[in-house]
Design a protein around this ligand. Structure first.
Ligand code: ZN
Ligand code: ZN
Length: 295
């Protein structure tokens, strides 16, 4: 898929090819549309003072946000999810009846703290990973706005497998351009960071005896799966001429689902927990600030 394609046309293609994904595509469309709203950019936090060199930029951030903006967005996406027939209806009802705080919900989503997200949502088990997926979508407008504001601040020598902006694991890797540089890409914020060829992003393994690749039979070598026998993790790798647009990483991740299935069938997996814990505080912006922004 060409990098200049719009998100709308990519969604249309995916919808035509996979009508069974319609509920998920509907949610993604809402999250990408929300991420375009300029209001979020106004609440991108100031960067925390530089600390340890392995800390993502988001770590330690204090986000002063208008509760109305967050409340509207959380209610909206839960409403769309419930209408699409997913199992979030009880959670949506708790939010609308004021039984838990959208700001806390949002805070744990932005920090990608899945355990806390479950706790705040008063859910014991998440059998289908539904809440985890929902957490990424809820966080997406804020994280994409942070990435737009901070992209130039990403250290060029970032040597870790997790996203230098939000701390998430990469959704995929890109082998880019004529020189074939390898970049890791974050689906949640759209982050982009260069990485070594022979290095597992998850456990840092660099021994070529433990690293390998599975080639997708129908795609020749344009799409491969890099696997690590040290941690049994895998990362999908796509060859591109120019960078995948940040907002499209999440769609490309979905469009290459066949590679996930191939990797899972061979016993590899994507780690679910983040390697680097990210601490984020979300606080209600003062009413003066809200008036200034017309919120
Ligand atoms: Zn990220
Ligand atoms: Zn590994």
């Amino acid at each position: 898929m060409a990098s200049e394609t719009t998100s709308g046309s990519l969604l249309t293609v995916l919808d035509a090819e996979h009508p069974e994904w319609r509920p998920l595509l509907l949610l993604l469309k809402e999250a990408l549309r929300e991420a375009e709203r300029p209001q979020w950019a106004r609440f991108v936090p100031a960067l925390a003072p530089p600390g340890r060199s392995d800390r993502p930029l988001l770590d330690g951030a204090v986000i002063n946000v208008a509760p109305r903006l967050v409340g509207r967005w959380v209610r909206h996406i839960l409403g769309v999810a419930a209408a699409a027939g997913t199992e979030v209806e009880p959670i949506a009802r708790r939010i609308t009846t004021g039984r838990f705080d959208p700001l806390l919900f949002f805070e744990s989503a932005v920090a990608q703290d899945v355990d806390r997200f479950h706790e705040v949502a008063l859910v014991d088990r998440d059998d289908h990973g539904l809440l985890r997926g929902l957490a990424s979508l809820i966080a997406m407008p804020m994280l994409q706005s942070c990435r737009r504001a901070w992209a130039e601040r990403v250290p060029t020598d970032w040597a870790y497998g997790y996203c230098p902006i939000c701390g998430g694991w990469p959704a995929l890797a890109e082998v880019r351009g004529l020189d074939g540089a390898r970049h890791l890409r974050c689906g949640c914020c759209g982050g982009d960071w260069r990485t070594e060829w022979l290095r597992c992003p998850f456990c840092g393994e660099g021994d070529h005896e433990k690293l390998g690749s599975l080639v997708s039979p129908d795609k020749l070598e344009r799409e491969t799966i890099e696997v690590c026998d040290g941690c049994r993790g895998y990362v999908k790798t796509v060859t591109t001429l120019s960078p995948i647009r940040p907002e499209h990483v999440v769609l490309q991740d979905l469009a290459t689902l066949v590679l996930d299935i191939a990797a899972l069938e061979r016993g590899y997996r994507r780690p679910s927990a983040k390697r680097h814990e990210v601490l984020v505080s979300v606080v209600a912006a003062s009413s003066g600030l809200r008036d200034l922004f017309g919120l």
